[in-house]
Ligand binder design. Structure first.
Ligand code: NDP
Ligand code: PYC
Length: 338
């Protein structure tokens, strides 16, 4: 049994800001990171909540990130928003480009945000859900480091490459999902390693290409995509869409750029926003009803929608005023900067 400790909601942001600014992040970068970590921890996203403070500090120690970077958002008349994160974390750049993306999606029906030169450690759902709260459907993708073998391969070539989607719903939480295209996210494997738990079968191979359930051997060898060749193809698409398409690095190049120093990957991010009002030809009421019929049928079968666990966790944590994390993680966070 992992020993858990409670952290009051009002303690989370000061804890993050303290750790991040002590590590060397400037105010705006630290605030954007803190907001993301709070949002994820509130929803019990253990692999990308407070745990990711460790990766943020490691990224600073690796010496390649500009912790005081101020992103540059390029203004244009077309449906594309380009944001250069200037070698800071992705989050500040995404936040600053978001109003333009929303305005352009409303104007053109579809708009694309291309973020370049960003270190990236975070979950994607908060960004696509921010767009859903504006009535837009949205997709986001990023590569990472080449930890994942392609289907039929023997060594890392692809990132854990998450794909997130959000669909706005009237008067309720959006339909959203956000998952790594590897069977497990890297963060999840790290949590298994810390907990001393074996991985399920089919998640990883060791450095000799043999199946393994040992998280340490998996980290030395390669992770596998979900769904065999299907997840592998999706992962390659993400490499292309959030890499060469927007003139940024693949997971192989990101890994090379890190020179074995650890920390978050460095690459690009793509977010695509769709405005239903234009795309459905002004019939949004009918189309909302159609989408709701689909969700109702899924729920009627006893299945759950993705993100339902998260929304329930948020409600519970807001009501009780605290989150729970492993005591060992809190100890590690308290010692991060010593
Ligand atoms: P999970 O496997 O935890 O969850 C994937 C999605 O599936 C969630 O939306 C989840 O909803 C949903 N889901 C889970 N079980 C069910 C079920 N039984 N029925 C319906 N839906 C279900 O995700 P991962 O571990 O793959 O990824 C975790 C996070 O890691 C993501 O936020 C991702 O963005 C992040 N990540 C970031 C990377 C980066 O480079 N920045 C790289 C890889 C991952 P719910 O949450 O409600 O359970
Ligand atoms: O969990 O795979 C992961 C991950 C990579 C970068 C940030 N998180």
């Amino acid at each position: 049994m992992v020993a858990l400790v409670q952290i009051r909601l009002d303690e989370i942001k000061p804890l993050c800001m303290d750790i991040l600014t002590t590590a060397g992040f400037g105010g705006p970068q630290a605030e954007a990171i803190t907001e993301m970590l709070y949002t994820c921890q509130l929803d019990d996203c253990q692999s990308h909540g407070l745990f990711r403070l460790v990766m943020c500090v490691e990224t600073m120690r690796a010496g390649k990130i500009d912790g005081s970077a101020l992103p540059v958002v390029h203004r244009s008349e077309d449906a594309i928003v380009r944001a250069d994160a200037q070698n800071g974390m992705s989050l500040l750049a995404v936040n600053e480009a978001m109003p333009d993306l929303i305005a352009k999606a409303r104007k053109f029906g579809v708009a694309v945000m291309a973020v370049n030169n960003c270190f990236h450690f975070s979950a994607l759902w908060p960004e696509v859900e921010a767009l859903a709260s504006e009535g837009l459907a949205a997709i986001s993708m990023v590569p990472s480091h080449a930890w994942v073998a392609p289907a039929g391969g023997t060594r890392g070539a692809l990132g854990t490459n998450p794909l997130a989607f959000s669909w706005p719903r009237q008067g309720q939480n959006p339909f959203s999902f956000d998952f790594a295209t590897s069977g497990f996210a890297r963060g999840e494997i790290e949590l298994y390693l810390r907990a001393g738990k074996p991985l399920p079968e089919g998640v990883a191979i060791d450095k000799n290409g043999n199946p393994t359930t040992d998280p340490a051997a998996a980290m030395e060898g390669a992770m596998l995509t979900f769904g065999g060749h299907k997840g592998s193809a999706l992962s390659i698409m993400i490499e292309l869409m959030a890499g060469p398409l927007i003139n940024d690095l693949t997971s192989i190049e990101s890994m090379q750029a890190a020179e074995g120093r650890g920390g978050a990957p460095l690459h690009g991010q793509i977010i695509i926003a769709f405005n239903p009002t234009q795309l459905n030809g002004g019939t949004s009421k009918m189309n909302d009803a159609r989408a709701e019929m689909l969700f109702a049928e899924i729920l009627d079968q006893g299945a759950r929608l993705p993100s339902q666990r998260r929304f329930a966790a948020r409600k519970r944590n807001l009501a009780r005023g605290y989150v729970e994390i492993p005591r060992s993680l809190l100890d590690e966070l308290n010692n991060l900067n010593s």
